[in-house]
Design a protein around this ligand. Structure first.
Ligand SMILES: N[C@@H](CCC(=O)N[C@@H](CS)C(=O)NCC(=O)O)C(=O)O
Length: 258
């Protein structure tokens, strides 16, 4: 089997979710950074629908979306890692779906509503990192056209940023509630894809030291202050714990590697 190729935006927390799953399952893969805009052309060429990153090129075809990538990893669990499905796969999936559909979307809108509107230059380096030189130049030259497109496609603005902040706080209440009985994981005693998803999608709010790229992000003050206010919440302490115990991606120190 050829190594799978994972197409990503470096900054994307859904891409981090997929990377983490591939690392956990010990699946040989190459991470390929794609230029914003060009990703849709690559996706179309490979037949990846709907065209968002992450998508994974494999011998079995292209797998689109972080959840489907975890499913694919489960089916190719050659390293015999413990499954991430948990004891009640349906309930675990329900938690994952809520995290994907609400937490992931609003963490992103909360950050970009401030960063892309007030400090767009701070975002550009993360969209350039990992790209070949000519693509980095294209991002720099095209940035003033890319920013308004991103603002429109993600529905960003001051009011939208506030709405997303309120939604995040409600979702943190939900997660704090799940953890209130002292359970070690979101669903029972076992590490599952719900935990991996919560940690990857909230990782940018926590900036754990094990995170592979979030340290390159310059957060605007309007985002940093709520991050500091939330830091002691059980849900975010849980995210730190998931990173420190389960996210070790360097091959040499990967605890999941045989
Ligand atoms: N539910 C999808 C969400 C993927 C997603 O929203 N990806 C964003 C980056 S964070 C993207 O590719 N946006 C650009 C686009 O959709 O063209 C997943 O879990 O993979």
């Amino acid at each position: 089997m050829k190594a799978a190729i994972l197409y990503v935006f470096n900054i994307s927390h859904y891409c981090e979710k997929a990377r983490w799953a591939l690392d956990y399952f010990g699946i040989d893969h190459e991470v390929r950074h794609v230029m914003v805009g060009a990703h849709r052309h690559i996706a179309k060429k490979l037949g990846a629908k709907p065209g968002s990153v992450p998508f994974l090129q494999t011998d079995d075809g292209v797998i689109s979306g972080s959840s489907a990538i975890i499913d694919w990893c489960e089916d190719h669990n050659t390293g015999k890692r413990t499954s991430l499905s948990g004891i009640d796969p349906e309930e675990v999936r329900a938690i994952e779906e809520r995290l994907d559909d609400i937490v992931g979307v609003h963490v992103r809108r909360f950050y970009y509503s401030d960063a892309l509107i007030n400090e767009p230059a701070s975002v550009r380096p993360i969209f350039s990192s990992g790209l070949p030189m000519w693509q980095r130049a294209a991002v720099t030259l095209g940035w003033s056209r890319i920013v308004p497109l991103m603002i429109k496609s993600m529905d960003l603005g001051v009011e939208q940023g506030q709405q997303s902040r309120t939604v995040i706080e409600a979702e943190l209440d939900w997660l704090d509630g799940l953890l209130a009985d002292g359970r070690p994981y979101l669903h029972g005693n076992q590490w599952t894809r719900a935990d991996l998803t919560a940690a990857a999608l909230l990782g940018p709010v926590v900036t754990p030291k094990e995170h592979p790229m979030v340290h390159a992000v310059v957060f605007p003050k309007g985002v940093l202050k709520p991050m500091q206010d939330w830091a002691q919440r059980p849900a975010l302490q849980f995210v730190s714990r998931m990173y420190s115990t389960h996210r070790i991606c360097q091959a040499s120190s990967n605890p999941y590697k045989n």
